[in-house]
Design a protein around this ligand. Structure first.
Ligand code: VL7
Length: 135
């Protein structure tokens, strides 16, 4: 059983978020605002259903899924795209493939040194975020 990702997590680092946002076609104006944000990640699990919230002072993004079950994702408040998404465990990593207009889009979450790690990728860009546990 992989270690639980559940909890409240605050961003401590965010490498190449700019490149990731450019790959998603986010406007310069929005990127300038988004780059300054400290995200909070709230991960909850109810039964086999996960809820992942990404919260900030600018925008919030919440979605839920069941592992190994494809779902329709709409990136409301972000790049406004529809994806067919699938989340699976690969060893100790929770891995999501977001199939849609953008090639090579997805993310993975794992815990390392008591920190929550997130790698976001789109086309040739990789963004690396690290979060520390709060409370
Ligand atoms: C979510 C945003 C850039 C628009 C605002 C930035 C607001 C706070 O997708 C993410 O995490 C996964 C895994 O936890 C859950 O989907 C990261 C931020 C990516 C892409 C779009 C910029 C405008 C950020 C919501």
């Amino acid at each position: 059983m992989p270690v639980s990702l559940c909890g409240n997590w605050d961003m401590v680092s965010n490498v190449n978020f700019e490149g990731y946002m450019i790959a998603l076609g986010i406007s310069l104006y929005t990127r300038k605002i988004a780059l300054k944000l400290k995200h909070r990640k709230v991960i909850e699990q109810v039964g086999d259903q996960y809820v992942v919230k990404t919260l900030s002072t600018f925008r919030n993004y919440t979605f839920s899924f069941r592992v190994n079950e494809e779902f329709e994702e709409f990136t409301k408040g972000l790049d406004l795209r529809h994806c067919k998404s699938l989340v699976t465990w690969e060893g100790n990593k929770l891995v999501c493939i977001q199939e849609g207009e953008k090639k090579n889009r997805g993310w993975s979450h794992w815990i390392e040194d008591d920190k929550l790690h997130l790698e976001l990728h789109c086309e040739d860009q990789v963004c690396k975020q690290v979060f520390k546990r709060v409370i």
